[in-house]
Write a protein that binds this ligand. Structure first.
Ligand SMILES: [Zn+2]
Length: 378
C-alpha cells in the first residue's frame, strides 16, 4: 500500500527511519566529484538534503536554490536541458541546493510527521543559510527561490532569521499569495471532503492503479485534456486537484514531461489549512499563534516587510496559472508601504509557473534575468 491514512501504525513505525535514511539520489550530468551531498538536519532535527556543487573548496558568490513544495533540488539540475545550475556554474557562482522538508527526494515525504510552512521558515531555511555561511566565510550569499520555497523564505526574512543576504530572486509568489478563484474554492472544498480519508494527492497514476479512491480525481483532471498522460493531466490541468495549472505544456521537452512524476511528488492535504489562511489574508501568515516555539516568526509577514534588508527580484511568468499576478501585486504593495526597499519585478512573457525553471527554453528566456540581477550585486 502506497498511500496511508492518518494514524496508521505502519506510519508511526516508519517515523523512526526519518533521520536514518538519505535522500533519493539526485539526477544530474555533473562530474560526481563536483557534487558534495551533505548530511544535514534542520534546526528541529528533521533530516533534510543539502548539496553543494563546485570544484575544490569553492569560490565565487554562493547561491542557495529553494525548490517548490513536492518538488526537489532535481528541478534545478535537469540533465535534459540547460538548467539553472549549469548557468550559475558557467558564470562563476557556487550553487547550493536545499531539499527542505517538503522535497519529494526525502524518504519520509508521505510518511513523516506533519508540519506547516512555519517549520520551513523557522527550522529549514535559517539552518541551511547558517551552515552555508560557515562554509563560505565572507563570500556573498544569494538565494533563488521558487513557489512555496520563496513564500517560506519571505517568512524567514521578515522574521530577521536570514539577515545580510546579497540578494533574493523570488519566482511565482513572495509576500502576497493570490490564487486563482476556482483554486482557492476547490482548496477549501477538497480539504473538507478529503479530510481524514486520505492525506496526499498522488501524481503518479501508475502507482495508484485503475481502481482506487483517487480515480475520480484523475478522471476530473483528465476532462477536456489534450494530453493523454494522467500525471501530466493532474499537474497541468489540475495542480493536484486544485484546478490550477502548473506550467505551459509546450515548454516542457519530452524527457521532462515523461519525468513529471519523479520531479513532483504527492501533495499533502494537511498543509491546505495553512495555505488557505494565507490565501484569505492575501499575505504570508504564521500558522502557530499560541505555540511559543514559533514566536520568532511574524504573525503577518507583509506587516513586517520593513525587516527585509536585501534587494529582491520578483519573477513571474505572464501566464502563471497558480499564483496569477501575485508578484506584480507584491511589487506594487511594497512600493507603497515600504518604498525604501529595493524591489523589482520581471515578467516572463508566455511562461507559466514551473516552466520558468523546467522549461526547455528557460536558460534563454528566464535565467538571464536572474544572472543580471545577481551580476549587479555580486
Ligand atoms: Zn502532457
Amino acid at each position: 500500500m502506497i498511500f496511508r491514512t492518518t494514524g496508521s501504525p505502519a506510519r508511526t513505525a516508519r517515523r523512526g527511519a526519518r533521520t536514518a535514511t538519505v535522500p533519493r539520489p539526485l539526477r544530474h550530468r555533473l562530474d560526481p566529484a563536483a557534487v558534495e551531498e551533505i548530511p544535514f538536519d534542520a534546526g528541529d532535527g528533521v533530516r533534510l538534503g543539502l548539496t553543494r556543487v563546485g570544484e575544490g573548496s569553492g569560490e565565487g558568490p554562493a547561491v542557495l536554490l529553494l525548490h517548490g513544495h513536492t518538488a526537489s533540488a532535481d528541478m534545478f539540475l535537469l540533465p535534459e536541458t540547460r538548467n539553472l545550475v549549469d548557468v550559475l556554474l558557467d558564470d562563476g557562482y557556487e550553487p547550493w541546493l536545499l531539499d527542505w522538508r517538503g522535497s519529494c527526494r526525502l524518504p519520509y515525504n508521505e510518511t513523516g510527521r506533519r508540519y506547516t510552512y512555519d517549520d520551513v521558515a523557522l527550522y529549514d531555511i535559517p539552518e541551511a543559510v547558517a551552515y552555508i555561511r560557515q562554509r563560505i566565510g565572507d563570500r556573498p550569499l544569494f538565494v533563488v527561490a521558487h513557489c512555496i520555497g520563496s513564500l517560506a523564505l519571505s517568512l524567514s526574512m521578515t522574521a530577521g532569521l536570514v539577515p545580510g543576504l546579497a540578494g533574493v530572486v523570488s519566482q511565482g509568489v513572495f509576500l502576497t499569495p493570490k490564487l486563482a478563484g476556482r483554486t482557492s474554492l476547490r482548496m477549501s472544498v477538497a480539504g473538507e471532503l478529503l479530510k481524514g480519508r486520505i492525506d496526499h494527492i498522488p501524481v503518479d497514476f501508475r502507482t495508484v492503479g485503475l481502481r482506487s479512491k483517487y480515480t475520480p480525481l484523475f478522471a476530473l483532471a483528465g476532462r477536456k485534456a489534450s494530453c493523454p498522460d494522467p500525471t501530466c493531466q493532474i499537474l497541468h490541468n489540475s495542480a493536484w486537484g486544485t484546478g490550477a495549472s502548473l506550467f505551459v505544456h509546450e515548454h516542457l521537452c519530452e524527457t521532462t514531461h515523461h519525468r513529471l512524476a519523479e520531479l513532483l511528488g504527492p501533495a499533502p492535504l494537511w498543509i491546505l489549512p495553512h495555505l488557505r489562511r494565507m490565501e484569505l489574508a492575501r499575505t504570508v501568515v504564521r500558522w502557530h499563534d499560541t505555540d511559543h516555539r514559533y514566536r520568532a516568526l511574524p504573525a503577518n509577514a507583509l506587516d513586517a516587510a520593513a525587516r527585509i534588508d536585501t534587494p529582491v527580484l520578483l519573477l513571474a511568468g505572464s501566464e502563471n496559472g497558480l499564483w496569477l499576478d501575485s508578484q506584480e501585486l507584491c511589487r506594487d504593495v511594497l512600493a507603497r508601504r515600504q518604498p525604501q526597499l529595493d524591489v523589482s519585478y520581471a515578467e516572463i512573457p508566455g511562461y507559466g509557473h514551473l516552466d520558468t525553471f523546467l522549461g526547455r527554453g528557460a536558460a534563454l528566456d528566464v535565467f538571464g534575468h536572474i544572472l543580471d540581477f545577481l551580476g549587479e550585486r555580486r
